[in-house]
Ligand binder design. Structure first.
Ligand SMILES: Nc1ncnc2c1ncn2[C@@H]1O[C@H](COP(=O)(O)OP(=O)(O)OP(=O)(O)O)[C@@H](O)[C@H]1O
Ligand SMILES: [Mg+2]
Length: 502
């Protein structure tokens, strides 16, 4: 019988290099049965690297691992899963073009072979059982995965990991993709595993969340283990300081109650979309930060997409600058000075195989003209480097493909690309997703600077503190409708806001 406190996985003196980048520098750690081990560190500190090596997705440059007392060197994630180590990856972990059941049993189809044919009925039934095991009943295993949204796909991935009854599973920055309900499912699975003397590694940038749900915390900085801390010693400022290596001073959010202009720069005039929105009205003013909050499914993400021309608007219209322009497509939005940071960065905002620089300057060709119609290389490099510096994007140079960046650093590229474009109207959907606390603070400052310059911003977010910290005016949505409107000048009352959400 395996006992609580017994070492389940040991990482010994592990290094991982990518060319000149040192992602892990002699990392050693013990993961014990019966614990939820939190892993925290700035963007690019090595969290995903060490956990993907444990889970067989990639291999270390040097060092050893021991699992259940034996040497451990999985060559694939499937091998690791079969042996009891699963991972819910930071990026999308399902393939959109195949069915839900095929994703859940990817690499394991042989179980369902009936002669040369796959017994689909059996596979679908087992997939349904796997989903039900984690409490999800509204996903049909025979559907193509692409039909489902980001959160549902994460739940499919969770079901896939749990279907193997893992001895240990890793949760890499997953909760930012989940609604409250999805989070509860995941927390429950994590604590259940710990209670069963299994182990969980939990990665999150949300300090409060990680402190609440972990028994011990390991802090990583620049590929080095800085400390291991027991729950009884958790203290937010101490943890932040260990992560960043210096004390964070200054204000996180703006402290003023400055107003905004009267001019309406964007107006949603009774817009109706295929899903979620029915005759929805909204006005955004010059120099305004308009927050939009609610539970994940309240329609706010659809709204963001619709305003930028990414959703079919079946009735009503989105007008800019007092009706001078109507937004019909993302191209028309962009041409007329709009920018949009999508919640779903991997598929909607970045070209993974293209260089960091090209991703950033993709919005800036007008500004980087040199002579006549030609782009000036020099201007373009300067334009790109400015973003890399101001957001501290951790990379070797702007020619590196975006694919090589850590999750949070990818998010910084998306933000930087739109910041650089100097758009007059910016729609930001969960812009700080997966970004570490230090950079979050600079993103808030940059958003505020834009307001000061007279730009107008819509900030869609699932985090109330962020909304209250930044918005001039705040709309709360529920079931596709605005259920409350609040003003910074009156002060925001959390309880009132929450009442409007549920
Ligand atoms: N395939 C790769 N090629 C080159 N460099 C890489 C690659 N994968 C990771 N790196 C680098 O290794 C370092 C550690 O990255 P890792 O993804 O482990 O960070 P992280 O702690 O998970 O960050 P985040 O919080 O942003 O997800 C980063 O500097 C990253 O750019
Ligand atoms: Mg990561």
């Amino acid at each position: 019988m395996s006992a609580k406190g017994e070492v389940l996985v040991e990482v010994r003196d592990m290094c991982k290099n990518f060319g000149v980048t040192v992602a892990l520098n002699h990392v050693s750690m013990l993961i014990k049965r019966g614990e939820v081990r939190g892993l925290i560190g700035e963007n690019g500190s090595g969290k995903s690297t060490v956990t993907t090596i444990i889970a067989g997705i990639q291999q270390a440059s040097s060092g050893d691992m021991i699992y259940r007392g034996k040497p451990w060197k999985p060559q694939t994630s499937l091998e690791a899963a079969r042996e009891g180590i699963g991972i819910i990856v930071q990026e999308m972990g399902t393939i959109p073009s195949i069915t839900v059941a095929e994703n859940i049993f990817l690499g394991d189809y042989s179980r369902f072979l009936n002669g040369p044919l796959i017994n689909r009925r059996k596979m679908n039934a087992e997939a349904a059982a796997a989903l039900e095991k984690i409490g999800v009943t509204d996903i049909d295993p025979s559907d193509i995965t692409a039909k489902y949204n980001m959160e549902q796909r994460k739940l499919i991935e969770i079901a896939k990991v749990m279907a193997h009854d893992p001895e240990m599973f890793i949760v890499d920055e997953t909760t930012t993709a989940l609604s409250e309900k999805g989070r509860e499912i995941l927390y429950h699975l994590m604590h259940q595993a710990a209670a069963d003397n299994k182990a969980v590694v939990f990665i999150s940038h949300d300090l409060e969340e990680i402190m609440e749900h972990s028994d011990t915390l390991t802090v990583l900085r620049d590929g080095n283990i800085i400390d291991n801390i027991d729950k009884k010693d958790f203290e937010p400022n101490m943890i932040k300081q260990k992560m960043i290596g210096r004390e964070i001073t200054g204000n996180y959010y703006r402290v003023d109650t400055d107003g905004y202009g009267d001019e309406v720069v964007l107006k949603a005039d009774c817009i109706t979309t295929m899903q979620d929105l029915l005759c929805f009205n909204l006005e955004l003013h010059k120099g305004e930060i308009l927050g939009i909050g609610g539970l994940s499914e309240c329609g706010m993400h659809t709204l963001g997409r619709a305003l930028y021309g990414l959703e079919d608007i079946v009735d009503g219209k989105v007008e800019l600058y007092g009706g001078k322009v109507t937004v019909t497509t993302p191209e028309s939005a962009f041409k007329n000075g709009m920018g949009y940071v999508s919640k779903n960065r991997d598929t909607e905002s970045l070209v993974m195989n293209a260089p960091i620089g090209a991703n950033i300057s993709s919005t800036g060709y007008k500004k980087n003209r040199g002579w006549g119609i030609f782009i000036s290389d020099k201007k373009e490099r300067r334009y790109e480097q400015l973003q890399v510096d101001s957001l501290a994007i951790k990379c070797t140079n702007v020619f590196q493909p975006v694919r090589a960046l850590s999750g949070g650093n990818k998010q910084k590229v998306v933000f930087g690309k739109w910041l650089a474009a100097d758009s007059d109207i910016l729609i930001l959907d969960c812009p700080t997703r997966g970004v570490d606390i230090g950079v979050k603070a600079s993103m808030y400052q940059l958003i505020y600077d834009m307001k000061k310059k007279g730009k107008s911003i819509i900030l869609i977010s699932e985090e109330l503190p962020e909304l209250c910290g930044m918005s001039d005016r705040l709309l709360i949505m529920k079931d596709g409708e605005v259920t409350g409107e609040f003003f910074r000048s009156d002060g925001f009352d959390n309880n009132q806001l929450i009442d409007c959400m549920i």
